[in-house]
Write a protein that binds this ligand. Sequence first.
Ligand SMILES: O=P(O)(O)OC[C@H]1O[C@](O)(COP(=O)(O)O)[C@@H](O)[C@@H]1O
Ligand SMILES: [Mg+2]
Ligand SMILES: [Mg+2]
Length: 341
Amino acid sequence: MSKKVSLTRYLVEQQRVDGLIPGQLRLLIEVVARACKRISFEINKGALGHVMGSAGSENVQGEVQKKLDIIANEVLIEANEWGGHLAAMASEEMEGIYVVPNRYPQGEYLLLFDPLDGSSNIDVNVSIGTIFSVLEKPQDHPGVTVDDFLQPGSKQVAAGYCIFGPQTTLVLTVGDGVAMFTLDREQGSFILVEENIRIPEDTQEFSINMSNMRHWDPAIRRYIDECLEGADGPRGKNFNMRWIASMVADIHRILCRGGIFMYPWDKREPQKPGKLRLMYEANPMGWLIEQAGGAASTGHQRILEVQPSQLHQRVSVIMGAKNEVERIDRYYQELEASGNN
Ligand SMILES: O=P(O)(O)OC[C@H]1O[C@](O)(COP(=O)(O)O)[C@@H](O)[C@@H]1O
Ligand SMILES: [Mg+2]
Ligand SMILES: [Mg+2]
């Protein structure tokens, strides 16, 4: 594909050549991209736009909401309710689903999003993002319910994120590889900068919040200990570490230069399967990683095969370089076989 291909043209080409993107889905992706553009402009205003700091409220997960969490949520809802060809939406910032009022065009899709990922980084001017996932609404009944959303990640028909960093870049999959589009602010459109992104199967860079080390289970502890032993240890090579605390930014780095990302189950809140949310964080990111040749696992099963039972379900996340993810899966299997888990 030649240079200066806009997102619109890319999607039209995909629709025409591969037949992968039905018309309504194409429009939906474009509306999400437009909303991300608006969110990007709001973020850029920073303190000048009075968008920084806490909103003084909590979301359904009991987390303090930042003003930008709420602004981004509203921008996505407003843009998509009339232009998105959707049946309903779900968000990290809303307890229940948002059914598109019937005065707007109705569609067959369900949109899930983390409107602002990496909220703790907003006020310190570090990269943050918007993550989204699209499912088809089951057609066996009229109306839409929460149960319609409870589909495994393998059923996604589109997924991606927009990173707001030194550049604003939208990263997308519709099941035919991963493509990246950077916002050209003068032109006002997302321009294709890379397609067929591939993640190397091996890596020497891991991403995990090391302050949780004492809470990890033995499989993760073993993996990280071996990495830290470097060239003298069983891995025979030195490892580098990065942790940005915005999943979007950590996964973006992995799509750009490889690596492995982990936010596994740990003992702090043992009843919770993990910290990250399955349906609007782990599933879209897991699909992007798989589409780029990587792997995404809970340690026990492929993330995309987890059957959700709740909208805001959490999950253990290990994703990135295929051989590293498989190694950790193996460590979990060995742990189970030894009866020490
Ligand atoms: O502060 P911690 O425990 O390292 O957690 C960081 C993780 O939490 C998250 O910020 C959660 O996302 P939200 O900001 O959307 O709640 C991830 O992006 C990131 O990987
Ligand atoms: Mg998040
Ligand atoms: Mg968020």
